[in-house]
Design a binder for this molecule. Structure first.
Ligand SMILES: [Zn+2]
Length: 142
């Protein structure tokens, strides 16, 4: 019987698509070591997409330097799934991609304005697309 979810993949299929670290983060909710990923100190303009399915998740204009060692954003642009996470006896808010259910990171309430939120995301769960080709700044509109 065919799966009704076109994005459904078995663990074996995910392991073929992802590196071992990406698989641990995206599919097993692991956290990469702080200051180890490729995006915590990344300052180019563009869109961060889901490593699992390619959905646009975060905009570089919402990224800020949290000092945590993980890429941090004060808001998302994609469809995110927020779940209660009771791991380690702490109540945290887990952030997943709503499309492929890959684990992305956690959301905390100590972010900067305007939202006061801090999306603390693993680099291993993200890919990056430079620039904003479909979203010109207001000054450049013709
Ligand atoms: Zn996804």
């Amino acid at each position: 019987m065919a799966s009704p979810d076109p994005l459904y993949r078995t663990d074996v299929e995910w392991q073929q698509r992802l590196t071992p670290l990406e698989f641990q983060v995206c599919r097993c909710s692991a956290t990469e070591p702080a200051f180890s990923g490729c995006y915590w100190d990344h300052h180019e303009s563009g869109i961060y997409t889901c490593r699992g399915c390619g959905q646009s998740l975060f905009d570089s204009r919402h990224k800020f330097d949290s000092g945590s060692g993980w890429p941090s954003f004060y808001q998302g642009i994609g469809v995110l799934q927020l779940l209660e996470d009771h791991q380690y006896g702490l109540l945290r808010t887990e952030v997943r991609c709503a499309q492929c259910h890959s684990h992305l990171g956690h959301r905390f309430d100590d972010g900067p304005m305007p939202t006061g939120k801090r999306f603390c995301i693993n680099s291993a769960a993200l890919s990056f697309q430079a620039a904003h080709p479909l979203d010109p700044s207001p000054e450049k509109q013709t």
